[in-house]
Design a protein around this ligand. Sequence first.
Ligand code: FAD
Ligand code: SIN
Length: 539
Amino acid sequence: MQTDFLVIGSGIAGLTYALKVARHCPDKRVMVFTKTTSDETNTKYAQGGIAGVWDNENDSFEKHIEDTLVAGDGLCNEHTVEIVVKEGVKRIKEIIEWGARFDKEPDGEYALGKEGGHSEFRILHHKDVTGKEMERALLEAVKAQPNIEINTHWFVVDIITQHHLGYLVTKATPDIKCFGVYALNLHSKKIEKIEAGITLLATGGNGQVYRTTTNPVIATGDGVAMVYRAKGRIENMEFIQFHPTALYEPGTKGQAFLITEAVRGDGAILRNTDGEAFMEKYDTRKDLAPRDIVARAIDNEMKKGGTEHVWLDCRHMDMEKFLHHFPNIHEKCLSIGIDVSKNMIPVAPAAHYSCGGIKTDEWARTSISHLYAAGECASTGLHGANRLASNSLLEAMVFAHRAYEDSVYKINEVPGNEWSNRKNINIPDWRTEGTTAPKEMILITQSLKELQLLMSDYVGIVRTNTRLERAMRRLDLLHLETEELYKTTEVSPQLSQLRNMITVGYLIVKSAQFRHESRGLHYNTDYPFKSELVQNIVL
Ligand code: FAD
Ligand code: SIN
């Protein structure tokens, strides 16, 4: 299979990019691949909304920039922050033109919400299902575009580089090139090679590396692992954001239901199991302090009280307003016997967002040529050590746009561009000799459980040197066993994802071990203070 533009991922980043390149180059082919259905993405579950400077009377670019920098705790790239904040508003206007609807006040102005770390009301939202609405609008626009093909149930296994042509590729190789991907067609069960002029990775986050996460099962860090295997650069992986308030439902597996921070933005209060509103002990911004502070405070209260959750108290809130803004949360709580007007909601932190990822420049270019990355899988420099709430949908659209601008130039206008040379390259088919069908799924499922447990217990909100060492030793063993299995077993999404998640776990632990300080989302009790030497960890 051959295409001009190859897009891996059908969330906000992948679809925004696909739509833009397809409209700009109607004679070119755009192929989008996604490992399950087209809408099963982190994007679909976004609740709170998208941040943008909309109220020009009270808000300003400077304020949004400042809030992002404060949350990022010294590690944001200021140029990137300025790009995202300033260009973000244009991107929001675009998605509105493409059909996304955001809630309005009775006077017709957009209703703006507030979340932790924001000094102003600037979050556009669609009730408490903003991501679902944005995904809907994007999918409709993409499906109406004749030169875009969406391929669902295709699992991308690896990106193709000179390594697959028989050359030695190391981190020191000066010009690693991406020629496309190998992908497992889950309909035919065959691995195909897909050759591409330009490839964009928009593979989302990696929350599934942890036992409790707000992320759906697709969030296994595949893009990051693929780039690392291909010897590309990965950055800031230690900064895993734990959302303070996932619904605590003992006995449920997989994805935890989120109680959006916007509920606290509208006045909800966190209480410990003694009923105390504890956030004022930790930060003057109380319940609306940045997420790292709130999540650590909750963790501390849970440890002190020996409990598995704290409470989120909404009982004093205007219930008519609550129902209007948060119908999905209201319905979910009712379904498990919680009437938010009478009962408090049990909540606990859960892995939510990966601030680091594939290192990209200001045009979303990775360290591998012809390979771009946007959305949660990328590390653009926006979030630094901690992401400001509702900045990620914004970042995804801004960098999908920038990747589009750069790549249409590259594919169209560079004379004798490398893609034309590439037509003479003979990329080998995927080799399956020596592998057999998986005999024991338990080998995969048990290793996955072990991985998620060790990451949650040793590499969670609070870390120590000993915990990180233990995690690394266990990861080494899981890596060894899984590589053996991989060499002898036919590729399946389950095995590939396990392999990718072990790689992501390794990258998180290694980066955490390199950071001899506590900053933003990385808190190590052996190094409780910030170091003067502020740097990004690149692996
Ligand atoms: P995703 O939307 O996750 O899409 C990833 C795509 O990649 C999927 O199509 C998947 O199938 C595909 N893929 C992955 N691996 C492979 C593979 N190997 N082969 C083929 N396809 C693959 N951010 C905000 O700004 N505001 C919010 O209010 C907000 N709320 C959130 C609430 C929840 C519950 C969660 C989980 C996240 C929230 N976030 C929010 C974060 C935000 O939703 C995500 O960061 C963002 O949607 C990521 O978009 P993306 O396009 O990068 O990836
Ligand atoms: C939320 O709605 O609380 C999540 C917002 C985000 O992750 O940006």
